[in-house]
Structures are given as C-alpha cells and as structure tokens.
Design a protein around this ligand. Sequence first.
Ligand code: C2E
Ligand code: MG
Ligand code: MG
Length: 477
Amino acid sequence: MLSADFEIYRHLQTYKGWIYVLITMMLLYILISRMNTRIHNATWESLKAMKELKRLAYYDTLTGLPNRTMFVNKIKNLARSTRGKFAIAFFDIDNFKYINDTMGHYVGDDFLKFLGKKMSIELQSPNMVARLGGDEFAILFKDYETKENLLNILERMKNNIGNTWNSGGREFFISMSVGVAVFPDDGYDFDTLFKHSDIAMYAAKKEGKNKIFFYEEGIQNEAIRHMHMANKLQKGMDNKEFELYYQPQIELETGRIIGMEALVRWNHPEEGFISPAEFIPVAEITGQIYDLERRIVEKALTQKKIWEKEGLDDIELSINLSSKSIISNLNFRSIELLFSDFDIDYQKIVIEITETAAISDLDAVIERLNTLKSKGIKIALDDFGTGYSSITYLKKLPIDIVKLDESYIGEKDSSIVKFVVSLAHDLGFRVVAEGIETSEQLNYLTGVGCEYGQGYFIGRPMCIEKISELLDEKNIV
Ligand code: C2E
Ligand code: MG
Ligand code: MG
C-alpha cells in the first residue's frame, strides 16, 4: 500500500517536473520572440534614420538632386583617382532673381524643381547633375571627350529644356549662363576647377547671357574685376549705400530752373565715391540693374512728391533708364507699375534713354515708351550725337526731348550744331545741351538756338539738401 502510494507520488513529481520544463520553455519562447521583434524593429529604425541622415547630408531637399557636398566629394575623389579627363559645367540662371522677387519664393522653388527635373532627364550616365544652392546647378561630365562634343551636348540640353516656363498663366524666359572647366587642363584640384568654371560662367553672362563659355586664361582678369564689382555692388545695395544727386537744368536765356536730372551716387564705406560710369555697366551685365533701377525710380518719384508738397510743382524730374530695363519686358513692366503707384503730376516726369535700347528691338521699345507716354511722361534721347544718332531713330522713337551730347560743345564749326538743333526743333523736340562748363559755351549754345542746358557751370549734381537750398533761391546764373 505504502509502495503504491509512493509510486503515484513519484509519477506526480515527474509530471510536475515536465510541466515546469514546459512552462519555462513557453516563457522563454515568448521572451525570445519578443526580444527578436524589438531588435529587428530597432535595426530597421536606425537603418531608416541613417538613410535619412545620408539623404539630408548629400541630397538637396528641394530638387532631390545631389547637393554641393556630394558634388565636391565626387570631384575630389575623381581628381585623385582618374587618369582621364572630365569637365565641370557650372550653370547660373540669369533671370531667377527676377522670378523670385516678383512672383515669390514658392514660384521660384517650382521653377528650380522644374529645372532640376529637366536637367536630370537630359543627362546620361555616368554624368551627374547637382544643385549647388540658390539658382546654381553644376554637371560633372565624366565622359568628356572634346570641347566641341561637350558644347554640342550642352547646346542640346539647353534646347531640350526649352526657352520658356509657365506659371500661373505667366510665361518666363529661361536664360542660363554656363561656364565650363576641364580637368586637368584648367586645374588639378576641385577648388581651381570650380573657380575657373565660375569665371567662365561670368564671362558668358558678360557676353550677353544665355551663353556657354569654356575657361581660357585670357578671360580671367576682366572677369575677376567684374566679379569683385558685382559682389561689392550687391553688398552696397544690401547696405543701402546708394543715393540720388540732382543736377539742375535751366532755360539758357533766363537762367530759370526748369528741371532736375536724378543721377545715382554710390558712396562706398571704404573706397568712397564710385562713378556710375563704372558700376552701371557691371550692373547691366549681372542683371543687378533691375533691382537698382527700381530703387532709383522709387526714390526719385518719392522726391518728386515731396517737391510737389513744397509747392515746387513745375520742377520737371528726369530719370535715366538703362536700355536693359526697357529691353527686358518683365523688368520694364515692373518699373512701369511703379509709375502708377505715385500720385504725382506725370507730365513733369522725363525718362532719359539712349539709342542702344532702340537698336536692339525698335518695335518693342516704341511700344514700351508709348505706354509711359500714355501716363503723361516725356521721353528724352540722351547723349545724342555719340552713338549711331541716325535720323531714323529721331523720327521713329516717340521722343519729346533731345539731349545734345557734350561733344557738340567742342564742335568748332557752329553751322553743324546749328543744323542739328534746328533739325531737332523742326521735328518738334525740345533741345537740352549737356556738359556746359563755361560761360563761353553757354553763350555759344544760346547762339546756335539751343534753349535749355545743364552742366558744371550751371550747377553740379548735388545732394538733396544742397538742391533744396538752390530751389529756395529759384534762379541761378
Ligand atoms: P548722363 O545721363 O549723360 O548724365 C550726365 C553725366 O554728365 C553725369 O555723370 C553728370 O555728372 C555729368 N556732367 C554733368 N555736367 C557736366 C559737365 O559740365 N562736364 C562734365 N564733364 N560732365 C558733366 P555721372 O553722374 O557720372 O553719370 C554718368 C552716366 O551714368 C550718366 O550719363 C548715365 O548714363 C549713367 N547714370 C547716372 N545715373 C544713372 C541712373 O540713375 N540710372 C541709369 N540707368 N544710369 C545712370
Ligand atoms: Mg542722362
Ligand atoms: Mg547724357
């Protein structure tokens, strides 16, 4: 009996043992499988995070293209390892700033995305396109063969990207300046290559934009000088270093002030006064003229309003407009808008233009000048006698005033000057002589029938405080 009980007890103990083992195994199984999922999830998460970090470090978030870091690394590695040639093409969008400034950043971003996409579609392996920042793109051509071949590829790319881009019902002209530098001919390391492609790009811009230039020794000096000026100019604009001076224009017979010509002045904090003859041509090349000119027009019109409030309603204000601003339709429209913003007497506003604008696209220029004239604004043809000075322009352009260039003053044969003045009068223009420096010159001009003039003898361009004093006196000479 006792032995039977013992036998049952022993079995029970065995079962219990097995049950313990089973439960422990089940618990272990659950524990391990849970840990596994956690480890798996953790590895997946960190892999994803690493991938994301890599994307942020090496790719541009807007266009999805490789960014500057990736581009630089690729070229540095290639320069170290390759025995062959390769090329860097540096792209700068000529009119991007305009799109961004007038249409806002969202539209600007869309434009960059569009370009990024188009460029990568156009590109063939093993080449790589990157966005370096802002409106700057660059392509690494690993399969470089010859300049001619690369030029063909780049021309084809530009053509396929197209000439225009549409947004919100508006059409934008796509204009890109491209500079190319070739390894090892134009540099052995990234910095030199990049600097040289930048110089070539700048030279392309200077040649009238929308061009492709290969780096050459010769293009360096002038391009560098211009580049420095362009950088300085940007800082100058950011720091508001520009102001307007005004030069009086008078009726020669009576000395009565009839108007003022607004002339831009740049007072650089270190270099002092820099002449507009030096920076305006650079601003025209870089496109900075558009921004600068909008500010000049705004400032000048604000001043006109002040004069009107002070009772000086009859002062006519002349503003110089670069031919670039007239030729570029978009920029012209934005300046034209400014002329509607001010509640002033537009009959007393004169826009001075030079013949260069008319030469490039006569019909468009005529149409644009007429829109200004419909507001009452008068048009003056500046520096008459220096350029082509064809009578055709005098007849075709909707001008009201001819500004005789100062070179006419030195003219020994007064019959020529007399003829020009009477011709201008016959065509119905007012004639204003420029650069009168002596009383003899003033008398000479009066003698040939010229009725208005300006120049150092009458009054230099002056800051607004000095001009206000002068206007208080009213008459000079
Ligand atoms: P401009 O429009 O023909 O202006 C007349 C230039 O002759 C001015 O030079 C003026 O200071 C200078 N001047 C005036 N009287 C005399 C004189 O008696 N003798 C001599 N030798 N010169 C005299 P500035 O201010 O240096 O401007 C040079 C040019 O730069 C201007 O020629 C104009 O084409 C351009 N510019 C000046 N301001 C502006 C501007 O606001 N916008 C644009 N687009 N161009 C401007
Ligand atoms: Mg002028
Ligand atoms: Mg002039």
